[in-house]
Design a protein around this ligand. Sequence first.
Ligand SMILES: [Zn+2]
Length: 234
Amino acid sequence: MKDQNMLLDTLIESEELLNGFTHEEIGDDHLYTGLDTPMKPDAFTISNQVKKERIAELFAQIMDVMGLDLDDDSLKGTPQRVAKMYIDEIFSGLDPLNKPKVALFDNKYQYNQMLVEKDITFYSNCEHHFVPIIGKAHVAYISSGKVIGLSKLNRIVQYFAKRPQVQERLTNQIANELQTALNTRDVAVIIDAKHLCVSSRGIKDNTSATVTSFYGGVFNSPEKIAELQNYINH
Ligand SMILES: [Zn+2]
C-alpha cells in the first residue's frame, strides 16, 4: 500500500503542468488546449467495426468492476449498445469521413446583410466527464458572393457537437469551418449550453448556463454584435 502511494506521488509530481496547475489541482475546472480535437496520429488505422468490438469489451470490464451482473438480461447487451452509440452516433464527428460536404451557391438575390440561423439544438458530450452538454447554437455570416444551404449550417454544428468537447472549442471549430467553407472572415457563432457535469454532479448547479461566442471580421464591432443579439432574442 505504501509503495502504491509512493508511486502515485511520483506520478503526480512528474505530471506535466498545464498552465502551472496539475490535473489534480484543475479538477473540475474545464480547460481548453487548442482548436483541434486532440487526436492520436494513428486514430483511424483501425476500422469502426474493430473499434466497436474493443469498446464493447472494455465497457463490459467497467461494468464488471462496478459489480454489475452482465448475465442479467437487461445488462447483457449494454456494452455492445454503448460501443455502437459511441462510434455511430454521439462521437461520430471524430471521423473526418462524416464531415458534411458543403456546396456553395451563387448569391443570386445579392443579399449582402447578415444571415442568422438561430436556435440550432445540439447534444454534445463534455470531454472531461463524458456526460452531456445540451444547448443551442446561433450562427451567422455575411456572404462574400456565395451562399450555403441552410441545412448545412445545422449539419456543421451537429458534426462538431458529436465529439467529446469543451464548449470553447466547439464554438471555434464551427466558426473556423464556416469561415473556410464560405471563404469569408465575416462569421459569428454563439453557443448557449447546459453542462450536465455541472448540473447533475459536482457543484450541482441546475440553473447556470454557459455562453461562448466568436465574432469574426465585420461581426467584431459593437454595432454588429447588437444587431445579431437583436435577431437572436427576437
Ligand atoms: Zn465536464
